[in-house]
Design a binder for this molecule. Structure first.
Ligand code: DC
Length: 220
């Protein structure tokens, strides 16, 4: 099985680009951020403070998360309900960032992720895929962009979805999440050894996809 790990901060274009790479190679696309988001949604629904490690850890044994694939689209189910859209709000983004710092949450998610990669050729995107989840991935890419460029993209996306947010809020959330994700004690966001760094600040989507696909093609 071939494994392609695509890591990087929020808003670098990982999921859009990873999906296109997976489609062009016929691989399964796995969005690991969606898993942390779903744990965050579950905690919020249970009325648990997402920074309360003990409280969040208690919901893990009964956690019912299911991942299904339809072509290159990943759908994620929580307790039998398709929550793929419900996990994309600013509230759940922050909840995901909080729960992802909890060691027991990471153990449970990494276990699911490794199982998924065992049975398929995958393009897996996240923060710690090349560094921890799949250290033996054949190809590792670290996709990044300036905080401003990433916030601009996320802001546009949220407006298109009809969310009422200000650019400032999105930018501040982005900086806060970057800080959480890179300074947490377990599996912080780092450039994995052997990863190719691609900065998409000055690239549009097509150019970013092209940069990633040409890196991938030169290696497999
Ligand atoms: O990629 P995303 O924005 O959907 O990720 C949501 C949160 O989950 C993000 O703040 C960091 C966390 N995450 C993680 O810690 N490890 C991963 N492999 C993927 C996401």
């Amino acid at each position: 099985m071939t494994k392609i790990a695509i890591d990087g901060p929020a808003g670098a274009g990982k999921s859009t680009i990873s999906k296109k790479v997976a489609a062009s190679l016929g691989y399964v696309y796995i969005d690991t951020g969606a898993m942390y988001r779903t744990v965050g949604l579950k905690a919020v629904r249970c009325g648990i403070d997402t920074r309360d490690a003990e409280g969040v850890t208690k919901i893990l044994p009964a956690l019912d998360i299911d991942i299904r694939h339809e072509g290159v689209e990943q759908h994620i189910y929580l307790d039998g309900e398709n929550v793929s859209d419900k996990i994309r709000t600013p509230e759940i983004s922050m909840a995901a960032s909080n729960v992802s710092a909890i060691p027991a949450v990471r153990v449970a998610m990494v276990d699911m992720q490794r199982k998924l990669a065992k049975n398929h050729d995958v393009v897996m995107d996240g923060r710690d895929i090349g560094s921890f989840v799949l250290p033996d991935a054949e190809i590792k890419i670290f996709l990044t962009a300036s905080a401003e460029a990433r916030a601009r993209r996320r802001y546009k996306e949220l407006l298109q979805k009809g969310e009422s947010v200000s650019f400032e809020e999105v930018y501040n959330d982005m900086v806060q999440r970057d800080k959480n994700d890179s300074t947490r004690a377990v599996s912080p966001l780092v450039v994995a050894e052997g990863a190719t760094v691609i900065d998409t600040s000055d690239l549009n989507l097509e150019e970013s996809v092209e940069a990633v696909i040409s890196t991938v093609r030169s290696r497999i």
